[in-house]
Design a protein around this ligand. Structure first.
Ligand code: GTP
Ligand code: MG
Length: 210
C-alpha cells in the first residue's frame, strides 16, 4: 500500500464557545498540556513549519483551530491545559469549550500528547478519563522524544501511557527530528480511510417501488 501523504494543508477556521463548526469531514484532534508540542506536531506532520503558531510562552492556542488537509479531512489543534498563569475565568471558559467540543460527536480520533520527560499530571489523567467516558478512540503520543536517550524512549513512552491509565503503549515522537512521523501519518491515513468509507456506507439506499 502507498504510504499516506499530506499533499496540502491550510488553516481553515477557529471556533470558540459561540460555535460555527465547519461541515462534517473525518476529524482528528490533538489534546495535551500547554507547551507539550501540539502545534509543533501539526507543523511537522504537514511539513509546514509556519502553519500552526508555536511559542515559547504556553497558552497561545485558545480556540479550536481547524486545518483542512488534502481537501478531505481536518486536523484540529485544541487549546492546552495546565497553564498555571491562567485566571479562574479563563480556566472555566477552557473547560466549557473543551466539553462542548469533545461531546459534540465530531471528533473521530484524538492524539493525546504527553511530554516524554515528565510523569503525567492529574489533568492528563482527567483528560484520559474523559476520552474513555465518551468512547473517543485515541493514540498516546510521547512528545519531545529527542530530549531522552534513544535507548530509553520506547520505555518512557509506554510508562507514561500506563501512568495516564491507558494500555501501556505510547508512540515516541519528535517534531525536531521527525521520529514517529511516519507512524502518525499511517494512523491518520487509517482513520481517514475508515471514516471516509463509513460516510459512503451510511448514505441511504435509493428508495425503489415494490
Ligand atoms: N526539543 C523539542 N522541542 C519541542 C518539540 N515539540 C515542541 N517543542 C518546543 O516546545 C515548545 C512548545 O511547543 P508548541 O508546539 O507551541 O506547544 P503547544 O502544545 O502547541 O502549546 P500551547 O499552544 O500553548 O498549548 C516550543 O518551544 C517548541 O519549539 C520536540 O519534538 N522537541
Ligand atoms: Mg499550540
Amino acid at each position: 500500500m502507498e504510504p499516506f501523504r499530506i499533499r496540502k494543508a491550510a488553516f481553515l477556521t477557529s471556533v470558540g464557545l459561540a460555535g460555527g463548526y465547519p461541515e462534517k469531514r473525518p476529524e482528528i484532534a490533538l489534546v495535551g498540556r500547554s507547551n507539550v508540542g501540539k502545534s509543533s506536531l501539526i507543523n511537522c506532520l504537514t511539513g509546514n513549519g509556519k502553519l500552526a503558531r508555536i511559542s515559547a510562552a504556553p497558552g497561545k492556542t485558545r480556540l479550536v483551530n481547524y486545518y483542512l488537509v488534502n481537501d478531505s479531512f481536518y486536523l484540529v489543534d485544541l487549546p492546552g491545559y495546565g497553564f498555571a498563569q491562567r485566571s479562574k475565568g479563563e480556566k472555566e471558559s477552557w473547560g466549557r469549550l473543551m466539553e462542548s467540543y469533545l461531546t459534540s460527536g465530531r471528533v473521530d480520533h484524538l492524539f493525546l500528547l504527553l511530554d516524554i520527560r515528565h510523569e503525567p499530571t492529574g489533568e492528563d489523567k482527567q483528560m484520559f478519563q474523559f476520552l474513555l467516558y465518551y468512547g473517543i478512540p485515541f493514540t498516546i503520543v510521547a512528545t519531545k522524544a529527542d530530549k531522552v536517550a534513544k535507548s530509553k524512549r520506547q520505555q518512557a513512552a509506554n510508562q507514561n501511557a500506563k501512568l495516564v491509565g491507558a494500555p501501556p503503549w505510547g508512540l515516541p515522537f519528535s517534531a525536531e527530528t521527525g521520529e514517529g512521523r511516519e507512524e502518525l501519518l499511517a494512523r491518520l491515513g487509517a482513520v481517514v480511510a475508515e471514516k471516509s468509507s463509513a460516510v459512503q456506507e451510511n448514505e441511504p439506499e435509493p428508495l425503489t417501488e415494490a
